[in-house]
Design a protein around this ligand. Sequence first.
Ligand code: GLV
Ligand code: MN
Ligand code: MN
Length: 403
Amino acid sequence: MIEINAERFILSLNKLREFGKSGVGKGVVRPAYSLSDIAARDWIAEQMQLAGLKVNFDPLGNLFGLASMDSILLGSHTDSQPEGGWLDGSLGVMAALEIARSVKEQGGPPVSIVNFQDEEGRFGVTTGSAVWSGNASIAEADQFKDVNGISLKEARGLMGERCADFVSPDQFKGFIEMHIEQGPQLDIKGQQIGIVSSIVGIRDMKITFQGEQNHAGTTPMQVRKDAFQSLSLFNNMLNQRLRNIVTPQTVWTIGQVIIHPNAPSIVPGQVTFSMQWRDAELDRLLRIDDIVRSAALDVAKEMEVSVSFGTMLGLDPVEMDKNLMGALEYAANKTVGSQWSKMHSGALHDATNVARLMPTAMLFVPSISGISHSFDENTDDPDLISGIRVLATAVDYLYANVN
Ligand code: GLV
Ligand code: MN
Ligand code: MN
């Protein structure tokens, strides 16, 4: 039975928060390949080594701590959103580290750790695990650019000589990712653990309306080709057209807007914005794609502007492995009694990509008030500790029942 050291686990989470801490609440600013992200990875690599693991950064900067023989893989990611919470991804990596440390001290099943790079999509969608799993090629990913026009190829160059080859997935028996829920369900139910049954699918692309830049005082309203007004009309039209096909779980977001030249006295000539949608069913994701494109084309016609569509990024919905879920259910019953439920994940995770390679499962702990992707994200310590105990118990159970 792996006995984790709860105090050391919470201390490690707080130590990791020092890398890129925002000064607002417990939040962090640690985007992929930033100085704070790379410094955090270096610290984690040292800790992996101390836990007896062999450290390997792959060409993307995904960081592995490898046990000496075939092992179960645990982990998540430590890059953050531009305004991120201290637990999103970090929890799964620190939980994996604490379990590996405990195994080194007490003996126990071989545990390897992964800390994926750019899960939060500075460049793509779960970029590091997407490339590792073969969901995207490195040549393709290298072309991805962030909001400032920096390419992934340039950014990953900053990791320099740390980076070696890709790690073969064949040495892992399966992958379990512990994460915060990032939604309100467990908090509302007053439960401590969520066992994920499936993960949502996503589509994400940039759309550009190109109009005509002109003087905001002299250009009559009827002759303007205003890019912002085009986006405004598109948003309304899309909301209307989606009404008949979405479910209460379907979500769509325009979260990033770059308007040019972004000045009060200029009719904007160009707007580029992110268009993202998520649904549990592949068929609906594809139908929404048609609706998004036809609405944009109709707006372009009506507003006499042109429209262009960027590269479509996406991950299909995925089911979790039943055997690993069974181990988590056993562990949850043992650790928290009935204070758990099975649930769907509306957030994306590296687990989606890893599921292409090996049996994969996830467990959640509650997010206070369901807040995440915000400096205000938090979880109570007792819930964090219950989560890692469930994870450690599931690892024990798997080895006891498979080997
Ligand atoms: C992952 O961070 C997501 O956007 O769901
Ligand atoms: Mn995450
Ligand atoms: Mn996230």
